[in-house]
Ligand binder design. Structure first.
Ligand SMILES: [Zn+2]
Length: 277
């Protein structure tokens, strides 16, 4: 465990890029073998805007990374934050707690907030307006959303008091976990169910991408499923019934164009019309 954390403390940018590209490639290939939705779509054309937004997310995180490093150095040297205030724990428990809390403060909480505050929802909409969710959807985030998520992560590192090794480990796990949960793959239903007791499973996250409320406002989890279960936002739905997109922004053509997506947050807000119960 010590070696693992030491590695992530110094993880080279090249290795992080390899994780990103390696994950995308692996799940892309699996999608061809075990597809969930059989609806034919032009995979490469669909990937263009998503890969563009993946690139902007990477650039923004790269530019701002120094803030993350400085904050986490500061909390460790000053013994600030929840993890620092706890009595000495075995390393594995310290790391696990760090990952769980980062998942709550840096991922679940901002995601939940984005679904509640109108201007933030309009920014997050870019992620939801994908009509064919697959592994490339994982990082389809408007640049403004990348900044918002970064701020929450920074806040998380500050209050939780996480060292940079745990932060980098979390970010790498999060990258692969979201590529996995968005991937257009069908695991055996039982395997998916068992997985969902611990981590967010592909079927669990797909429900969050259903085009109608109340499903869009459930299953906010990023890596661990405990937060949805604990805060009552967990939902189930037959995976065959899931329809991707957002009911009031259903222009498939516009939702596939980079320029339209960049402008999407500044469109007029439209209240969801159809509520399913
Ligand atoms: Zn969402």
């Amino acid at each position: 465990m010590e070696q693992l954390i030491a590695y992530f403390e110094e993880i080279p940018s090249l290795h992080r890029s390899l994780i990103l590209v390696g994950g995308l490639t692996l799940f892309w290939l699996l999608e061809n073998q075990l597809p969930l939705k059989l609806t034919p779509y032009k995979k490469w054309k669909h990937a263009v805007p998503n890969l563009f937004f993946t690139l902007t997310t990477v650039i923004i995180n790269f530019i701002l990374a120094f803030l993350l490093i400085q904050t986490s150095d500061w909390v460790v040297t000053e013994n600030f934050g929840v993890l620092q205030w706890l009595p000495e724990l075995p390393l594995w428990l310290h790391v696990l707690l760090g990952l769980l809390l980062l998942d709550l403060v840096g991922a679940y909480f901002p995601h939940w907030t984005e679904h509640r505050i109108q201007p933030l929802w309009m920014i997050h909409l870019v992620h939801h307006s994908d009509h064919y969710v697959d592994t490339t959807t994982a990082n389809r985030h408007h640049p403004l959303e990348s900044v918002i998520r970064f701020i929450f992560t920074l806040f998380g590192v500050f209050v939780i008091g996480t060292g940079i090794g745990i932060v980098m480990l979390y970010q790498s796990l999060s990258l692969v976990a979201t590529q996995f949960t968005h991937a257009n793959i069908s695991l055996p239903k039982k395997v998916d169910l068992w997985l969902s007791y611990v981590v967010v499973s592909p079927d669990m996250h797909k429900i969050h991408h259903h085009y109608k409320l109340p499903y869009t406002d459930t299953n906010y989890g990023n890596i661990f499923s405990i937060w949805d279960r604990l805060f009552g936002t967990f939902s189930r739905m037959d995976r065959e019934k899931v329809v991707y997109g957002v009911d009031v922004f259903f222009d498939e053509n516009a939702n596939g164009k980079i320029d339209q997506l960049l402008k999407q947050p500044f469109q007029k807000y439209r209240k969801p019309t159809s509520i399913e119960s």
